[in-house]
Design a protein around this ligand. Structure first.
Ligand code: NAD
Length: 305
């Protein structure tokens, strides 16, 4: 299954799934699509629109899902309210790839149920946001068996630029939330340091240049500076519109907390970041803003210009 004669059923055509399905079509794959929202089904040109997930998953080589959360993924594959899930509906040799960002426990539970049916399943959450989904430059962080990943590789390459194999089932989800937890901690710490400098008379651009090449240098400072007016082309320079939303970061930090709870790990920095984002969201109605807007929490004056 290495050519684009491979047929695909794609479920979940939101901000990420819609453009990902479009890139598969652009690469020449035959794609059947389904979403609960009929307009989204009609919006993927070149695809065969379906009226149910089961229809999209019937008689295809690969099923890909891109859904909001673990409960949606569980009910899609395992079934809900007496309805059978897709694991009962697909052909025996179908490969299943879930690209949603969900809790590792749900990913492992669905992968285990798939395995019991003799089906191969990968968790393959992505980073790169909607721009990466549209440009076909996503990073896939994959959990599952080597041979399943090799089957999936041509499809993932049509949607992304980087593919990492993190380990067995669920490992993709764990790696993704470890990264996003660290990102939240780095962004919060960077915003705090910049606010402290400004409140002590420093120019945030000068301070940023100093820290970038000093031991505090990090990704936020290098490419995603949270302080307005320091860097062109980042959300901070357009009142935090677009980018990676506070609500999605809160979701990922919640997944980090759930994972830590499961494994008995302590994540004091991640817990604090979760709380900071929660307070920021409530105080500044910031759920729909980019996550670098956490700068407002440390320097509220910026909000009023
Ligand atoms: P979205 O809400 O825009 O899209 C989700 C889609 O799934 C919706 O269109 C919804 O109608 C559909 N859906 C829900 N249940 C369904 C079902 N049972 N059958 C068919 N369709 C169903 O979300 P999104 O931004 O596309 O994100 C999808 C996933 O990707 C999430 O897990 C998110 O955390 C992750 N993610 C998002 C981004 C981003 O920047 N948006 C970046 C990386 C990862």
């Amino acid at each position: 299954m290495t050519s684009n004669s491979t047929t695909i059923g794609f479920v979940g055509l939101g901000n990420m799934g819609g453009p990902m399905a479009a890139n598969l079509i652009k690469a020449g794959f035959a794609v059947k699509v389904f979403d609960l929202v009929p307009e989204l089904v009609a919006g993927v040109s070149g695809a065969e629109g379906c009226s149910s997930a089961a229809q999209a998953a019937a008689d295809v080589d690969v099923v890909i899902s891109m859904l909001p959360a673990g409960r949606h993924v569980r009910s899609l594959y395992l079934g809900a309210e007496g309805e059978p899930g897709l694991l009962q509906a697909v052909r025996a040799e179908t490969l299943i790839i879930d690209c949603s960002t969900i809790d590792a426990a749900s990913a492992r539970a669905v992968a285990e149920a798939a395995q019991q049916r003799g089906l191969q399943m990968l968790d393959a959450p992505v980073s790169g946001g909607t721009a990466g989904a549209e440009g076909g430059t996503l990073t896939f962080i994959v959990g599952g068996a080597d041979d399943a990943l090799e089957r999936a590789r041509p499809l993932l390459e049509a949607m992304g630029a980087n593919i990492f194999h993190a380990g067995g089932a669920g490992a993709g989800q764990v790696a993704k939330i470890c990264n996003n937890m660290l990102l939240a901690v780095l962004m919060s710490g960077t915003a705090e340091a910049l606010a402290l400098g400004v409140e002590n008379g420093l120019d945030p651009a000068v301070l940023s240049e100093i820290m970038k090449v000093s031991s505090g240098g990090n990704w936020a400072l290098n490419v995603y500076n949270p302080y307005p007016g320091v860097m062109d082309g980042v959300p901070a320079s357009r009142e935090y519109q677009g980018g990676f939303l506070v609500d999605l970061m809160r979701k990922d930090l919640g997944l980090a907390l759930a994972t830590a709870q499961d494994s008995g790990s302590s994540i004091p920095m991640g817990s604090l970041a979760h709380n900071l984002y929660q307070v920021h969201r409530q105080t500044h109605e910031a759920g729909g803003l980019d996550f670098s807007s956490i700068q407002w929490l440390f320097r509220p004056q910026l909000k009023d210009g």
